[in-house]
Each structure stands twice: as C-alpha cells, then as structure tokens.
Design a protein. Structure first.
Length: 256
C-alpha cells in the first residue's frame, strides 16, 4: 500500500457557547495516499466543512492534528488549492488576473501565458479579459477551478464546488474535473452531498455520522477503473449496490 500523504489524526473541534462546549467533530482519523481522490459525504451540519476548513488552515483543531506531506498544518499555504461553493472571484479584476493571483504566489511560475493556458484547460480560452460579472455561474466556477489548479497544489480541497449549479452545468463540470484530475493526478479531498457525484469521482467515499461529535461512520472503496465515463458506470450492477450502501447509511443517520 502506498504511504499516506495526508494524515488526519484524532481530529476534534469544539466551540464554546453560552450553554457550554459544543463538540462539532470528534476523533476524525483518516489517511489519504498521494494522488487519491476522496469524497466526504454526510448530512448538512455534520461537520464536513469544518474538517475541510481545518485542512485549509482556516480553522484550528481543538484536538488532534493534520500532517500533509510530512508537515503539520497550522495555517493556509500554496501547497493546497481550494474551490468553494461559490467562485469567490475578485469582481474588479479580469478573469485572467484572478488566475494570475494564484500564479503570483508560486515562485518562478508567474506569467500571463500560463494563466491563459489554465483558462483554456477549463474551456475558457479567449476569456482572460472578461470580468466575472460577464460570466455565468458555471463559467465563474470554471475560473475558480482554473485558479486552484494554477497553484499546482499537492492537495486540492473542494467544498461542494458544484452544489449551486444547475444539473446540466454540474454534470459538465464534474466531467471537466475528472479530465483535469486524470491529467494532473492531484490528491483531492472533496465534500459533497451528492451520492452519485461521489461515486463518479472518488476512489473512496468517507461517510460521516450526524453531529454533535460527528466522526467517520464508514468508508467505501470505489472499484471503478480509470479513466471513467459516466455512461459506463451507470450500467454496472455494483454501482447501484454501492449507491444503496451510502444512501442507507445516510438514512440511518437521519433516523438516529
């Protein structure tokens, strides 16, 4: 088995409230290999995004810790690219300049041509001089993905990046993400509510229990060969078995 690249050990997060401590996540432990694509699923409010924010370095754990590539995480860094639900583009900058910001953070990588190349890779060739307001929500999210990949991060963190998009645009961007991942083989940890999305994209699906004190309830290995095609996966009998396993777990959590 390949050595772990991301090591999350007994991670916990507690907030102080007027009524006492609120334990959001407890004893969350997960190892991710380099080049692996992992999806985390769970009900709203179970702590998925809390775990991801700690991996981003935007939030500090109360207990436990995170080691990425042998280095303990205590803040944000260019070794991690992030894509949020919304594109979070700077509206006063052009699309090209929004990507260039990422390139400027990486030594010896800063060039307008490279920004254009990353935009072309997500289907936005010739759009570098447009402003975010001139783009659809799906196109803006493509810019966000281009910006994250432009960092050439060792770890890509995706927080429900397609949840605000219509179904057809979401499917297009899922396919785009698969294609980019096949090219770069970045390590990816993605939070999603979409069971079908998780099975399409992931090597493993991590299922979280409901809070308070949420943790990992189960992990499902996804055996589909890569590269993957949506139409091929949907014809496999084991696809529906795995889907039932995840949905059944989530339904059990809702009834608990």
């Amino acid at each position: 088995m390949a050595p772990s690249f991301v090591e999350i050990a007994q991670l916990g997060k507690t907030y102080d409230t007027p009524t006492g401590p609120a334990v959001i996540v407890r004893d969350f432990t997960l190892a991710v290999c380099e080049g692996e694509f992992v999806c985390i699923v769970g009900h709203s409010g179970c702590g998925k995004s809390t775990v991801l924010s700690i991996l981003m370095g935007l939030n500090l754990p109360t207990t436990g810790g995170v080691v990425i590539g042998g280095r303990e995480i205590d803040g944000p860094g260019t070794d991690r690219g992030v894509v949020f639900q919304a594109a979070t583009l700077l509206p006063w900058l052009t699309v090209g300049d929004n990507v260039q910001i990422a390139l400027d953070q990486v030594a010896d990588r800063s060039s307008g041509a490279t920004a254009e190349a990353y935009l072309a890779a997500v289907g936005l060739a010739g759009m570098a001089n447009r402003y975010p307001r001139e783009l659809s929500a799906g196109m803006q999210q493509r810019v966000g993905i281009a910006r994250a990949f432009a960092l050439e991060p060792r770890l890509l963190l995706l927080d429900e990046p397609f949840s605000l998009l219509d179904a057809l645009t979401r499917m297009d961007l899922q396919d785009e993400l698969m294609r980019l991942w096949e090219t770069t083989r970045r390590t990816v940890i993605m939070v999603t509510h979409d069971v079908d999305e998780a099975l399409l994209l992931a090597d493993r699906v991590v299922m979280m229990t409901n809070g308070p004190a949420a943790t990992i309830g189960d992990v499902l290995d996804v055996p589909f060969a890569r590269p993957r095609a949506r139409e091929d996966i949907l014809t496999r009998p084991d696809y529906f078995w795995m889907r039932d396993q995840i949905v059944g777990f989530l339904e059990a959590q809702a009834d608990a």
